[in-house]
Design a protein around this ligand. Structure first.
Ligand code: SF4
Length: 323
């Protein structure tokens, strides 16, 4: 395992001690060892849980206060398999990307979370599980643009997937990006097994620039090249997220753009209904069905993501740590 070696280097301890540290902090597979270590010295504190807001969909939004008073969220989302959950994690306090449809984008960026803080929120969510329940997935789709805090997010993801850490399969950890092209190439070149989710939302250049300010820095062609690089590295479908905005991004121009840019790349499209009150409305059923019909031309799997927790402000694009 590479991770204990890295930990041992950073903490000036042996790899064996580093492995024990992981077991100690995360709760490893051998309870007697864990108990002895816990008695010897307590693990680092979890962030303070300020509030827990359950949702009618079965989700649970947790609001945390960090050591400096910064407030972030995580959302526990039930999976189809009974007793299994995925956790949506924040990577930053606020976000610098300013996407037009996103409540977090209005906050601006306060600071990055470090890997310890990210994992601390994960552990605090895990502490609330009942007997027989477990967390089998994690998504970096809370507050922040994960690739704007690349090193700490990847470090946290490695801890979450480590057999002495969170023990989540790497392929069950998704990292989303709004399209930071250099970081996507870096991700491809480093050969990670984590899933990449690229939020495209429009394949029409001028429209995408209006919706996502980051699109002014890299062209759609450059973004498509970066997505291809990840596909060449991972040899599996890349997930493209599409926040569906009523009356905005569901016309034939979008289909033509997707065909031109990603027609040769195996992708899966995650269709997400816009949430919140940022001046956009949800697509009507007729608009959505029309878009789904048009997407049929692309012959790619389309998954409609039902946002958990729109009533408790815990759905995509609604995490603002203020309500
Ligand atoms: S959608 Fe994501 S990247 Fe865009 S502003 Fe919101 S949190 Fe940031």
């Amino acid at each position: 395992m590479r991770f204990p070696a890295e930990l041992s280097r950073d903490h000036c301890c042996s790899e064996r001690q580093a492995r024990q540290l992981l077991v100690w902090h995360w709760g490893g597979p051998r309870p007697p060892v864990r108990k002895a270590l816990l008695e010897a010295a307590p693990p680092p504190p979890r962030p303070e849980v300020l509030r827990q807001v359950p949702d009618a969909d079965g989700g649970l939004r947790l609001l945390f206060r960090l050591h400096d008073g910064a407030v972030v969220e995580a959302v526990r989302i039930p999976l189809r398999k009974p007793g299994c959950f995925t956790v949506c994690l924040s990577s930053q306090v606020g976000c610098a990307m300013g996407c037009g449809f996103c409540a977090t984008g209005r906050l601006g960026l306060s600071r990055n979370l470090d890997a310890g803080e990210i994992c601390g929120t994960f552990l605090a969510v895990r502490d609330g599980l009942e007997e027989g329940q477990r967390i089998t997935g994690a998504v970096f789709m809370g507050q922040g643009e994960p690739f704007h805090n690349y090193d700490q997010v990847l470090r946290a993801a490695r801890l979450l997937s480590h057999p002495n850490g969170g023990r989540i399969a790497a392929k069950s950890i998704s990292i989303s990006t709004v399209g930071l092209v250099p970081q996507i190439h870096r991700f491809a070149s480093e050969g990670h097994k984590f899933r990449l989710v690229v939020s495209m939302t429009s394949a029409v250049a001028e429209r995408r620039k209006e919706l996502l300010p980051v699109a002014g820095r890299w062209s759609l062609e450059e973004l498509a090249e970066a997505i291809q690089a990840v596909h060449r590295s991972q040899r599996r479908r890349i997930t493209v997220a599409w926040v569906l905005l009523g009356g905005v991004n569901h016309d034939q121009g979008e289909i033509e753009g997707l065909k031109r840019l990603l027609g040769d790349v195996p992708i899966r499209l995650n269709l997400i209904d816009v949430n919140g009150d940022q001046g956009f409305r949800r697509a009507t059923d007729a608009e959505r069905n029309d878009f789904l019909d048009r997407l049929g031309e692309l012959k790619v799997p389309v998954v409609r993501r039902y946002s958990v927790g729109s009533e408790s402000n815990s759905a995509c694009g609604m995490l603002t740590a203020c309500s």
